[in-house]
Design a protein around this ligand. Sequence first.
Ligand code: SAM
Ligand code: SF4
Length: 362
Amino acid sequence: MTQNLGLPGVRLLPSAPPLSGGLADRYGRRATDMRLSVIDKCNLRCTYCMPADGMAWLPKQMLMTAEEIVRIVRVGVEILGVEELRLTGGEPLVRKDLEYVIGAVHAACPSLPISMTTNAIGLDGRAQGLRDAGLSRINISLDSIHPETFAALTRRPMLDRVLAGIRAADDAGLGPIKINAVLLRGVNDHEAADLLEWSVGNGYELRFIEHMPLDGDHAWKKEKMITAEEIRVGVAARFVLTPDPEERGGSPAERYEVRRRGSGPDEPPLGRVGLISSVTEPFCAACTRTRVTAEGRIRSCLFSHEETDLLGIMREGASDEQIAQRWREAMWGKPRAHGSDSVGLSSPDYVQPERTMSAIGG
Ligand code: SAM
Ligand code: SF4
């Protein structure tokens, strides 16, 4: 018996987790897209993500080793039907053995697409090696192409190094490159059209991500965040956005074709832009994500208050099937929406999870 929740495609299924098959949840979704954090440390201090002094980093022995990462990914792929892997952090490039990790995962699961989200610091010297190891694609975070704004936002004057990293990723064939940007009111919101101009001009797809209440300073305020609607309006003086005719599928980004204002309707688009409106227009009903933290814990949702330890049972000698079952159970409990079955992110009753974005792996 299923219960209709009034949300398209979301139905409540019976309450016991399955004993076989993939990562299903009670609402009929299936997670096939694994986000795995390889490290919690970072070399930038983006104000919307981390406190100025950083965080209490995990001791090395708590981080998954390369072999442990491979085993978790292999269980995900071979037993649970995971179809794609994105590596994230913290900053994945801070991990010195990243090439080895990727090479080992690629050797164990050769047909698994492996992508990565990075701030690109140091990527200029490593892009080709990462590609050779088996990395397929890359998303790079860049919130401003103006050095002063970049430095204010990341608390580090390193724009040149990021731009060098982006060029190297392009040269190494890690495209199509996506650029992730978070806009903050009074900091870089007036630069949205500049960033879009730069991105389409270089052949990159820009994705604006709404600022989510997962920041280390716990300073997020709904009134302060820039909404997807404001972004659409903000770039409209220079560009016309029309919905991309391609299927959105499980993507969190609503995609648009970008044309210069004043160009004819038959002119080909300059490129595409995505809006990830996790706060104002959440896409939970079609979510396909399962998340693994750097210390091997499963989170069924970015905003979860619960996590399930896989690394602990693995180190105690659990079999692949026992690890897979614990993972199924964790995902079966995935909330209907954003960390809770009933409260939205904009609600006064929303409680920010203890873990911040960099400690989860965004
Ligand atoms: N350090 C890497 C980077 O910045 O690309 C990977 C980890 S970072 C947590 C992943 C993505 O999360 C980045 O694109 C970043 O802009 C985004 N992010 C971090 N904190 C956020 C927040 N509070 N709201 C929305 N996006 C956030
Ligand atoms: Fe580091 Fe990425 Fe967070 Fe910026 S967004 S502080 S680069 S983890």
